[in-house]
Design a protein around this ligand. Sequence first.
Ligand code: ADP
Ligand code: RBF
Ligand code: MG
Length: 380
Amino acid sequence: MAGSLKKVIAGVILDLDGTLLNTDGIVIDVLKVIMVKYGKQWDERKAHIIVGKTPLEAAAALVEDYGLPCGADEFLAKITPMFSDQLRNIKAYPGANRLIKHLSLHKVPMALASNSGRASIESKISYHQGWKESFSAIVAGDEVTAPKPSPEIFLEAAKRLNLETSDCLVIEDSLPGVTGGKAAGMGVVAVPSLPKQSHLYMAADEVINSLLDLRPEMWGLPPFEDWIQGTLPIEPWHIGGAVIKGFGRGSKILGIPTANLSTQGYSALLSEHPSGVYLGWAGLSTRGVYKVVMSIGWNPYFNNTEKTIEPWLLHEFDGDFYGEELRLAIVGYIRPETNFPSLESLVAKIHEDGRIAERALDLPLYSKFRDDPYLKGSAL
Ligand code: ADP
Ligand code: RBF
Ligand code: MG
């Protein structure tokens, strides 16, 4: 693992798509449209067949898997302009801007190493302020003889940074990227962009759930200094709706009720945010605003198939409030979701999360969002 390597890293090589940028969002939008034109239907479960591939490899995989009546070249020519139209809409992953700013501030040299073509990389990053200037080198898939999983792209990045390969840390979401980074003799942190895949990343030195979980000090790099009382402030975001019946186990099995929202219509919003445990404020239309701590994700202990949000309001209510409008302002991050050896240890951890949230939400940087107009419904 990271610690045992005892490496002091001098430079960081970052992958772009799926690591810094949530490219999947637009890829899925485009593939849904194109598959309908071929009389097929895009299958969300097939996302893994394109992750980490070059555009042509991805096109070939799709043509084969869906049995499309065209060549990979022809398919690629059809979808390329569709993607180009969408590049401006690609969002940075939570934690991406924070990481780039942090490394820039501390003068840690950074490179981008992506299987995408040079023009596509330049275009995508142009929509993100300060990114282009932050990278001392950019190595594209069309600038090397062999793309990832070949180490070539990483070796070239190290060369352009003027660093020994063993002094570089690679941050990657895809398996080909992890393979390439290890083959280049570098430290590799994997941030899988697809859920429930971490067991496939054995080759990586460390697997983290999201960029929010990166601990640069594990690699001899300057630590983040924005954690406060066990919480990480994030750009606040909102989600709300009527409280519905959940898995029926919150109060019954854990003794911790969680007021569930319908995920209908929210899956796109939830997919923008890493799974994990968060704190925030909850508005109940007829009652008021309360502190809240919640998990977002697949609840590894129960291994759910759907990504849900499980908000535990830190208040004793007299009874249920099913059907009421619940509005959440999510303002900080606590930890990744994890599995636990026993129900007792899961419950103990959730109570600890509750205490952390309870205390931190009194900090002015969080308490100010108690008055967020969204919570009272007046924003609509
Ligand atoms: P379900 O599986 O239907 O979500 P839970 O056992 O998790 O059932 O209980 C959640 C319900 O309990 C909420 O929908 C709400 O009506 C009620 N409830 C009472 N107190 C709280 C609280 N402090 N936080 C969240 N929900 C609460
Ligand atoms: N479930 C997990 O499997 N792993 C977790 O780490 C986890 N953390 C949670 C943290 C908080 C603050 C809350 C409210 C819930 C958490 N849960 C976690 C979800 C819990 O399993 C869920 O509320 C129940 O499954 C009820 O549906
Ligand atoms: Mg619940």
